[in-house]
Design a protein around this ligand. Structure first.
Ligand SMILES: [Zn+2]
Length: 446
């Protein structure tokens, strides 16, 4: 539940590496799309009304080409992830790995640890060129300011976490397939539910592995006091010690903030790029947006939604995987779905299904983000001079800091974006004024 698009933490990769925790509350792929500079230019020449999100010519050209690169890498990387699993099966690489683990150690669980650790390392290495290229371009365009050694260190930590969390989860799921050969997908689904909740609970606790984190009040006492006026307005309980600042400016120029966690780990986190670059009013708006995620219970709703979605996804995957194993199992050296190699057939099917159903989860996410935008604007009504102007300015700062394309391709927005495009968000904010003629907002009735 982020405010901006790209604040992906490396943890997401680790959570995804955990195999079936395919639904990340946090991941981005919020790539913007490529559209031609000429189209934007023509629109302006035709004296169309001034768009709500604009960039000067230099950054505009950069934003358009960087967005094109991000989209290409996002799509190619996601497809390659699925193709790589297929190749591991088709070349009998998986079967070879299973045999190797069996020869090396005696106990079945030790063989499983070896097999799944090797699998996670192989898939991570296979995806590394895409991550590397992404980082190369983010640095070249000045969005990322992280050193290569720092970046490699993050990749290593991420892989370490992936192994630590992923191997036990994959062993557990593989065990479920062996235990309940017919209805395993139901067992795996039941096991997924507490694991999903646990991953949301644990995620914020891992942030300090990647960023220096401190209470916001330590550096910005006056701002924290102002944020508490928004808290008073919304009526929710976010005490100052649950409001954190992370020193992200050592790695990125992008502005971001997020809410994360459930229960005792629930918190609001602001990147220092926001406190450095934004006037306080705009930070109040961001805080209002994030408070909206709390008040409107978006995290529990996303959890419930993914539980329902995964039920059907697993069921469909089980049907398809059974067919696939029957058709290709002998050729791939997969002795039934309960074997280690057979389990990779399941992983392949689940990753293919997640790739194809991404637009569904993204549509839900965009809806929640839009609701939070509305909530944020209403939350600061009466606290700042002009909520519309404040929100539009905040979106312009957000877009410029990440070099977001003001004119993304609508199909790519539909398929890839988990937030509405910055242009759509700014455009809505510019026209959202329910208070004229004595009216009131959707969430605040006065
Ligand atoms: Zn949000």
């Amino acid at each position: 539940m982020e405010w901006g698009h790209r604040g992906r933490l490396a943890i997401c990769a680790a959570a995804l590496a955990a195999g079936m925790l395919t639904f990340s509350l946090h991941a981005d792929t919020g790539a913007t799309a490529a559209t031609s500079a000429t189209r934007a230019a023509t629109a302006q020449e035709q004296s169309a009304p001034q768009p709500a999100y604009t960039l000067p010519p230099g950054p505009l050209a950069q934003a358009i080409s960087l967005s094109r690169i991000r989209n290409l890498l996002d799509i190619a990387g996601a497809v390659w992830g699925v193709v790589f699993l297929w190749l591991l099966l088709a070349t009998r690489g998986c079967a070879g790995l299973e045999g190797w683990a069996r020869r090396l150690v005696k106990h079945r669980w030790q063989q499983g640890v070896l097999f799944f650790a090797a699998l996670l390392i192989a898939t991570t290495l296979a995806g590394l060129p895409f991550d590397w290229l992404g980082q190369h371009y983010e640095r070249a365009y000045g969005v990322s300011v992280q050193s290569w050694s720092g970046w490699l260190g993050d990749q290593a930590k991420s892989l370490g976490l992936g192994l630590l969390m992923g191997v036990p989860v994959l062993l557990l799921f593989n065990g479920a397939v062996q235990r309940w050969p017919r209805r395993y997908w139901l067992g795996v689904w039941l096991l997924t539910l507490p694991l999903l909740a646990l991953s949301v609970f644990v995620e914020p606790l891992l942030v300090p592995l990647f960023y220096k984190q401190e209470p916001l009040a330590l550096h910005h006492a006056a701002l924290t006091a102002k944020l508490e006026t928004v808290v008073a307005h919304t009526g929710i309980a976010i005490p100052p010690d649950r409001i954190f600042l992370i020193h992200a400016s050592a790695k990125s120029r992008g502005i971001n903030a997020f809410v994360a966690g459930i229960g005792t780990t629930k918190r609001f986190v602001l990147w220092d790029t926001a406190t450095d670059q934004l006037p306080d009013d705009e930070t109040l708006f961001i805080f209002g947006h994030e408070s909206g995620h709390y008040v409107l219970r978006h995290i529990p709703k996303m959890l419930a939604g993914s539980a329902i979605g995964l039920f059907f996804l697993y069921w469909g995957c089980a049907v398809f995987a059974a067919w696939l194993a029957g058709r290709f199992g002998a050729r791939w050296g997969a002795d039934g779905l309960a074997s280690r190699t057979g389990f990779v057939v399941l992983l392949f099917v689940v990753s293919l299904a997640s790739l194809l159903t991404a637009p569904v989860s993204n549509a839900f996410s965009r809806h929640f983000e839009h609701q939070a935008d509305v909530y944020g604007q209403e939350a600061i009504h009466g606290l700042v001079a002009d909520p519309q102007r404040t929100a539009v300015a905040a979106f312009n700062h957000l877009g410029a800091s990440w070099l977001e394309d003001p004119n993304p391709n609508p199909f790519l927005e539909f398929w890839l974006f988990n937030h509405p495009s910055v242009e759509h968000r700014a455009e809505f904010a510019a026209h959202y004024n329910p208070w004229t003629n004595g009216g009131h907002g959707e969430f605040f009735k006065k």
